[in-house]
Design a protein around this ligand. Structure first.
Ligand SMILES: NC(=O)c1ccc[n+]([C@@H]2O[C@H](COP(=O)([O-])OP(=O)(O)OC[C@H]3O[C@@H](n4cnc5c(N)ncnc54)[C@H](OP(=O)(O)O)[C@@H]3O)[C@@H](O)[C@H]2O)c1
Length: 271
């Protein structure tokens, strides 16, 4: 059976592909630019753009993993119904969707379809730490963020990939909505301490006021919408973001990986 992974060159998609290859599945990976994809040996790389229905071909695909956004700005797909229709026509049996900020046309079209589909909703990725923190740790040994007491049940991106790969290759997950978290909820200050331990270097945590954070994010070149999203997500994290679930172990049979494990695996990126 062929499994087609979209978003395959992304943080989560690469993990899904690796898990499926390890499991011996036949994997196709969709990308807008095959020349840059750098996917593992054995993966059938196919060119396509989810926002352009004419570029997609699901022939021979039994299970399909979908992202729900249309480009690098993560704007929601506007052709979700057409994608679902194409999947039904091609005889796709099983679909997973990586949950994003909100449900859109894709999720609605899937809910109204006969497809066996599963929404996999991760909380904050541990790998965000690379994007947010690596630079200032490397150059100054400092992290500047607001809301130091904020709790997050951050999840290892490999565990998101493992859950999705399992759901794609097993029956029985249709109609489910899985929230995927790590094994514990940590405050930002605790995360900083764990990371400092892993890299063997002190990290100073400077807690910004929300106003200082907005100023910093503006200076970093962030747009208003992203700043608004961050203020809400960090300052008022919804309960789902800090409530530990047992999804990883329930679905994969392996315990969820801790932030300490993630930090040890990625320590070299902070030097
Ligand atoms: N970061 C978090 O803490 C967090 C938490 C919960 C949920 N999420 C959700 O996770 C998702 C992001 O996942 P990620 O971090 O794995 O992605 P990512 O690393 O940002 O990679 C983006 C992927 O999307 C693909 N892509 C973008 N536009 C496309 C299009 N029009 N057609 C086909 N492929 C397209 C890219 O493929 P090519 O460039 O190769 O074409 C790439 O593989 C978002 O929905 C976000 O809301 C994130």
């Amino acid at each position: 059976m062929t499994i087609l992974v979209t978003g395959a060159t992304g943080t989560v998609g690469r993990q899904i592909v690796n898990e499926l290859i390890r499991a011996g599945a036949s994997v196709s990976a969709l990308t807008r630019d095959p020349a840059k994809a750098a996917l593992p040996e054995g993966v059938n790389v196919v060119a396509g753009d989810l926002s352009q229905i004419g570029t997609l071909d699901f022939t021979g695909v039994e299970a399909l993993h979908l992202i729900n956004f249309a480009g690098d700005d993560y704007s929601p797909l506007k052709n979700g119904q057409a994608i679902v229709d194409l999947a039904v026509e091609a005889g796709v049996k099983r679909v997973t969707v990586l949950g994003g900020r909100a449900d859109g046309e894709l999720e609605q079209a899937l809910a109204a379809s006969t497809l066996e589909w599963t929404l996999v909703n991760p909380v904050e990725f541990m790998s965000n730490t690379l994007m947010w923190w690596a630079q200032s740790i490397k150059t100054e040994g400092v992290i500047r963020e607001p809301f130091g007491g904020r709790l997050s049940a951050m999840v290892h991106e490999g565990d998101i990939g493992a859950v999705i790969a399992t759901v794609l290759t097993q029956s029985g997950h249709g109609g489910k909505d899985y929230t995927v978290t790590g094994p514990e909820a940590l405050t930002t200050a605790e995360k900083v301490a764990v990371l400092a331990g892993a890299i063997g270097r002190e990290i100073e945590f400077v807690e910004l006021t929300p106003e200082q954070a907005v100023e910093k994010w503006k200076n970093d070149g962030m747009g208003e919408e992203t700043i608004g999203f961050l203020l809400q997500a960090l300052g008022n994290t919804p309960e789902i973001g800090y409530t530990v679930t047992s999804t990883v172990e329930d679905i994969t049979g392996r315990p969820a990986r801790s932030f300490a494990q993630w930090a040890a695996e990625n320590a070299s990126s902070f030097h």
